[in-house]
Structures are given as C-alpha cells and as structure tokens.
Design a binder for this molecule. Structure first.
Ligand code: GLN
Length: 542
C-alpha cells in the first residue's frame, strides 16, 4: 500500500496549535493501529534551530540521531510515543543548502536554478521521503508559519503540486484557522477564516477539512457558513475549542471525528476504534490529583514558557504518575543571590536547575544549588545544571575557590568542567555539539540505579562541555558520586550526593524522552521526593 499524506497548514494567526492538532490526529490514527509519523517544514533560513536563542523560537528539541529541531517534534514524540529523526524537520535553509550544493556539483549544468521547479522539487522530495521508506502508512506534514507569509509560498506551492500529482485518495489537506469571538457583539466571526482560505485557494490549494480554533462552541450556523464560503463539505468544519490541557485535544478531535473524516477520504473505514486506554488513564490522573508540590525551576529564559517546554511537560507526566499537581515556579537565575535565596526558595519542595549556555545567570544557579544541598531540599540539575553542581561542590566542599567551567573562563586554573577533546578544534557552531542519544552505564547501589532499575540507559545530549575527569578522584573522595558514566569514553554522565535525601545532576537531557504514557523515571522520582519533603515539613499537600 502507498503511504497516505496529510498536509496541515495554518492561517489568520500563528500559535493556534497546528503542532498539537497534527499530533492529536497522529495519535488517533496510531491508536487505530496505523504506522504514523509527523514532519515539520519550517520556512526560516536557518539550517536548523540549533543556533537560535530560545527567546527566538523556544526550546531546541534533540532527536536520538542528533538532529537539533523545532519544539513541535517534542509534541509529536510525546503524543505518539514514536521517535522522530533528522528527516522529520526540514527548513528553507536545508532545502537551499541541498539545491545550492547540487548546483555547485554541476547537477543542473546548463540550467537556470529557480524556486520553481528546483526548490519546490526538493521540498516535494523531502515531503515524500518518509512515506517512501516503507516504514509508515501515514505521513503528516505540518507547514510552519501562516499561509500568506512570503516565506511559506514555496511550501504551499509544493503542496499544490503534490495534491495534483498524488492519487486523490492518498492526500488530504487540512487548514487550521481562528474564529475570533467579539465580546461587544457577542458573536463568533468567520471572515478571517474565509480570507485565509481564499488566500490558500489563490495559491491553488483547496483544503479538504477546516479546523477552527475557537474560545466558544461553533453553532451549526457558523459551521455551515464556513463550509459554504470556504467550499468544503458541511461536516468537514471541525471545532477546536480551548482545552484545559493539550493532552485533552486528541479526545476533542475524536469527538469531532477528525480522524474518521481523514480515513473516509483515504477509503480506510474498516479500521478498529482508537485504543486510548492508557491515554485516558493518564488524563484521569492528571485531572484529579490527590497531592500537590511546589517546585522551583531556576533558569535564565523563564520569561518564555516555550524555552523549557519539555521540562514543563515532563513535570505534567511525572505529576500524573504520582497523582500530584506539580506547581512549577519559575525563578530567574540572573536575579538570585545569597541575599534573596531564602525568600525565593524557602517555600519550595524541590529545586530544578535548568540547562543553558553562557555566563548570564550562572552564579544564581550556583546559589540555588548550594541552598538545596545544604538544606536537604530535593535537587535535580540538567546539563548546565549538572555542570554547576560540580562547580558548586568543588568550590564549597573541596575548597577550590576558582572552580569554574571553561565556557565562562577559558584560562581558569581550576577547569572542573572543560571542553571535550574533540570540541577543542571546532570553530563551526551549527550542529557541532555532542548531540543525540548515548548509552550510559549506571553503578548498582546508587540513587540513579534505584531510579532507572537497570544498568544501561540511553539518553539524549546537547552540550560542548563535560565533567573534567582530572578532578574525579578528589570530587568522589569528598562525597560526590559519579554514578553514571559513558561506557566507551568514561565521561561522567550522572553525579549524586549519597549523603543527601535526593540530589542528582545529569549531563544529558532526560526531559526529551518523557511521554504521558511513559513518564521519565528521574522526573517521577524527583516529584515523589518533593512530595516526601513536603510531608516531612508538615506542609499541607492537598
Ligand atoms: N553550556 C553547556 C555546554 O555547552 C551546557 C549546555 C546545556 O545545558 N544544554 O556544555
């Protein structure tokens, strides 16, 4: 059987939740037994988001095979429970990079290289790539940006051509729009949706299904109006109402029969109903917590929720696993110091120090770590957060006052965190960090072993600096244990303090692999430790 293709575009405004709609549809199809993947085509010129500041584009999500990608791939993995790869995120930069390299190699000798057909052909090739691998029944392609943007035109043109080239029953196009509510007039307005669809039609693409993001229920009158003026069947106008949790959206889409409409188009109506038992069990726990905890998230990008997307979602999963509402309090590390640490962290049940790059806010992270270490507050450090707990320990316990990472001070005499050997000669910034999944061997009898319950784990990395093993002996003799190491290189991946109730730092990014149906074990244990700490302190936990 040929793979079937679903294209999802967006109009009227950005941030309507195209990624969540795509992931929800994927979830429903997957839950009916189909092999589904989702890919995102982003219209910006960066080759990948790896070089973007989190303020620009939120978190950079890393796949097992080491691709630095858009954070929507995180949603895809969390909803589907299926790993994505390099091929699942394509940008304008990647497309041009390929076409220009081919031009230099002489692949188009004699020809003028143009947006149509050369750029659009390369877009189409990549849109069909995963479908042709034979590994998937359904490929959902989300087009980033908003229809009408100059940047997305070649992508919309590629969809137009594919709609024409592929057999009709192999291709569905979905357009997500906004139906705003005017409170003064007490009315939902369809005109922006009409204009957005007209724009798509002008580009030659007729959507098969229109999904309307709305704050209020769509009346049948509104649905009829959208259908009539956008040229789709009346039953093909779908309501996407604001949901209390993004994880509720697959159920809303099932209610609206989005998956059914797609399957009807594909002539695949003989599939079983979606099996959502585990998903529903997760949602029940999420919506009915029996406990609560307050956890500090100490980082420097706290102004932007999306910068720590996967960490926040991991807390949602781990909270549900513990039937506990995790109230995450963002603490700006740049403004944290000895004078205000008690007022900022004193009421917290646990402290997480976030990943990051550069010097800004670093000393605040060290202050937070010292507070958690000295006051027996459950602590979890991720990547830069782990590196800083080594620096803090070296300074305060080993008495190495100048201990620092060479990321901050390349000429320090105490480089407890140092550039990896293979990074020293690297000058190019894009795609050159230690990226993707690596094995880690855990020592038995440690906190890490109790958490994972096995010796070999695999987690994803994204960093240039490492624990400097020249200091390993001294650090371990003083009471900090390197409980997880890379089996090939000996690099330290996990540190912990056996004398502390719960203190763990990890060089990798465990948040990238947490899903509602398979919550990440360190997050689950960390939330549990926070609950126990709260109980010990006699704070009400309801
Ligand atoms: N800046 C640190 C490094 O490059 C940590 C990176 C991170 O936290 N992802 O090693």
């Amino acid at each position: 059987m040929n793979a079937k293709y679903i294209f999802v575009s967006g109009g009227v405004a950005s941030s309507l939740g195209k990624g969540i709609i795509s992931a929800s549809l994927a979830k429903l199809l997957h839950a009916r037994g189909l092999r589904v993947t989702i890919q995102k085509f982003d219209p910006y010129i960066n080759v990948d988001p790896g070089t973007l500041n989190p303020y620009e584009h939120g978190e950079c999500y890393v796949t097992d095979d080491g691709a630095e990608t858009d954070l929507d791939l995180g949603h895809y993995e969390r909803f589907l429970g299926v790993h994505t790869s390099k091929a699942n995120n394509v940008t304008t930069g990647k497309i041009y990079h390929t076409v220009i390299s081919k031009e230099r190699e002489g692949a188009y000798l004699g020809k003028t290289v143009q947006i149509v057909p050369h750029i659009t052909d390369e877009i189409k090739r990549r849109m069909l790539l995963l479908g042709k691998s034979g590994k998937y029944d359904i490929v959902i392609t989300e087009i980033g940006g908003t229809v009408g943007d100059m940047e997305s035109q070649p992508f919309v043109e590629a969809v137009r051509q594919l709609q024409w080239e592929l057999p009709e029953e192999d291709c569905v196009t979905i357009h997500l729009t906004l139906v705003p509510y005017l409170s003064a007039a007490k009315e939902l307005k369809t005109k922006p949706t009409q204009h957005s669809v007209q724009m798509l039609q002008q580009a030659g693409v007729q959507p098969d299904i229109i999904v309307c993001r709305t704050e209020h229920k769509l009346t049948s009158e509104i649905r009829r109006k959208v259908a009539l003026f956008c040229n789709v069947k009346p039953g093909h106008v779908i309501e996407s109402i604001d949901a209390p949790s993004i994880y509720q959206v697959p159920l809303n889409m099932k209610e609206e029969k989005l998956d059914w409409l797609v399957l009807e188009h594909f002539g695949m109506t003989d599939l079983p109903e979606p099996n959502l038992d585990n998903w529903n069990a997760f949602l029940r726990k999420l919506m009915n917590p029996k406990h609560k905890v307050d956890i500090a998230l100490v980082g420097k990008y706290v102004e932007l929720q999306d910068a720590y997307k996967s960490i926040l979602e991991s807390f949602v999963h781990a909270g549900a696993a513990n039937e506990c509402k995790v109230q995450v309090h963002s603490i700006h590390s740049e403004f944290l110091d000895e004078s205000n640490v008690v007022s900022q962290l004193g009421s917290m049940d646990a402290v997480l120090v976030a990943p990051g790059f550069g010097e800004r806010g670093l000393e605040g992270k060290i202050v937070a770590i010292r507070y958690a270490r000295e006051h027996n507050v459950p602590f979890f450090g991720i990547c830069l957060g782990m590196q800083m707990c080594v620096v803090e320990f070296a300074r305060d316990v080993l008495g190495l006052r100048n201990a620092v990472s060479t990321e901050v001070n390349p000429s320090t005499d105490t480089p407890v965190i140092d550039l990896m050997e293979d990074q020293k000669s690297t000058t190019i910034k894009g795609g050159t960090m230690r990226l993707g999944a690596y094995d880690c061997k855990i020592e038995k009898g440690t906190l890490a072993y109790r958490i994972y319950g096995r010796e070999t784990i695999s987690e994803r990395h994204r960093h240039r600096y490492e624990f400097n093993n020249d200091y390993l002996g001294a650090v371990e003799s003083a009471g900090m244990k390197a409980s997880g190491r890379n089996p090939e290189t000996g690099l330290v991946e996990i540190v912990e303090l056996p004398s502390h109730p719960f203190f763990i730092g990890v060089q990798f990014h465990p948040e990238l692999k947490s899903t509602p149906e398979c919550p990440q074990p360190i997050f689950v244990a960390f939330v549990k430790a926070a609950m126990e700490y709260r109980e010990r302190k006699g704070k009400d936990n309801k």
